[in-house]
Design a protein around this ligand. Structure first.
Ligand SMILES: Nc1ncnc2c1ncn2[C@@H]1O[C@H](COP(=O)(O)OP(=O)(O)OP(=O)(O)O)[C@@H](O)[C@H]1O
Length: 309
């Protein structure tokens, strides 16, 4: 397994401060993400989570440092990195299949119309939107629009999926269903995901690792929490898992107390280049080590001449 599939190396983000000088939102952030890992980032508003995600997307350049993905430094946006925002950012004049198909045709410029439609339909089915292919975004609910965004992101086979609070604008029921589907799809395909959330329970359900950021300005990665719950966890029984309360309490405790004080009470030996990996455990025995996660399976697109452009 490539433990440094995404390698964040000493990045900083600074902005001009009102009245002169600069404000440092965060600096010297280091993080490694393995291929196939689902990583959630948690931290208070303003600590720079979206800025980190935008740097990973290539939409913003870091003020210092570099991010390397699969051996290549990020220099701008790429179809290798699909972004799903809180708002859906769909093209309002295109149908569901038009929106997904547009992404597919951008990725595989030499694909025929039939091939593009076939692939778009496959991903529309995957997110449960079969039968809605010809609807326009205005005819869809918020949850359905977000599903289109997810289908569009997955359809281009990105190396990384970047998600900025993708479910936060949805009602609780829709949010739960979509979390289930994203988890099912990402686990079965070995998709690498970097996601921002404010929701501790969402992070515990979805993530393999949860990155804890201290409050800004000058935010830091305090630690990386390894999710101790079994891979086959289910939403309705997750609270009965032995380590559930240990991990939940650890995250809540960080957000309520330690995120503010971490900088002043830094643990001995803390090294920003290698944030500590923590595995909270409860009273029940810790699960045996999880089997190695699958390497990303590709959904074949064999008949397209010339492959990716
Ligand atoms: N273009 C800009 N100019 C100046 N300051 C900016 C700019 N963009 C972001 N900031 C500041 O950078 C900080 C981090 O913003 P960012 O959106 O990355 O935080 P966040 O952790 O994602 O917050 P939230 O959880 O509220 O979305 C904020 O204080 C914000 O005001």
């Amino acid at each position: 397994m490539n433990e440094r599939f995404i390698s964040i190396e000493g990045i900083a983000r600074r902005y001009p401060a009102p009245g002169g000088g600069t404000t440092t939102i965060f600096e010297d952030l280091w993080l490694a993400v393995a291929r196939g890992e689902f990583v959630c980032v948690i931290g208070h508003s303003g600590c720079g989570k979206t800025s980190v995600l935008n740097i990973l997307a290539g939409l913003e350049a870091p003020s210092e440092g570099v991010v390397v993905v699969d051996g290549q430094a990020i220099e701008g946006p790429s179809l290798d990195r699909a972004v799903i925002f809180q708002g859906h950012a769909l093209l309002p004049w295109r149908s569901v299949i038009g929106n997904v198909g547009y992404a597919v045709s951008s990725r595989w410029r030499k694909a025929s119309r039939a091939e593009i439609e076939e692939r778009a339909k496959r991903f529309i089915d995957l997110v449960g939107l079969k039968g809605n292919e010809l609807k326009k975004p205005a005819e869809l609910s918020g949850g359905m629009r977000q599903r289109v965004g997810i289908a569009r992101a997955l359809s281009i086979e990105p190396k990384i999926m970047l998600m900025d609070e993708p479910f936060s604008a949805l009602d609780a029921l829709t949010r739960g269903t979509l979390q289930d589907e994203v988890r099912r799809i990402c686990t079965s395909t070995g998709q690498t995901v970097f996601m921002i959330t404010h929701d501790v329970d969402e992070a515990i359900y979805l993530a393999d690792k949860i990155v804890l950021m201290t409050n800004g300005p000058q935010a830091m990665i305090a630690e990386v929490v390894e999710n101790p719950l079994p891979k086959d966890r289910a939403r309705d029984t997750i609270h009965r898992e032995g380590d559930y309360y240990a991990v939940r309490n650890h995250l809540v405790d960080f957000l309520v107390a330690r995120s503010k004080t971490f900088r002043d009470e830094m643990p001995a030996g803390y090294d920003q280049r290698k944030p500590p990996l923590v595995r909270p455990a409860g009273s029940l025995p810790v699960e045996p080590a999880a089997p190695e996660r699958p390497v990303a399976k590709t959904i074949p697109f064999p008949s397209v001449a010339g492959g990716r452009d």
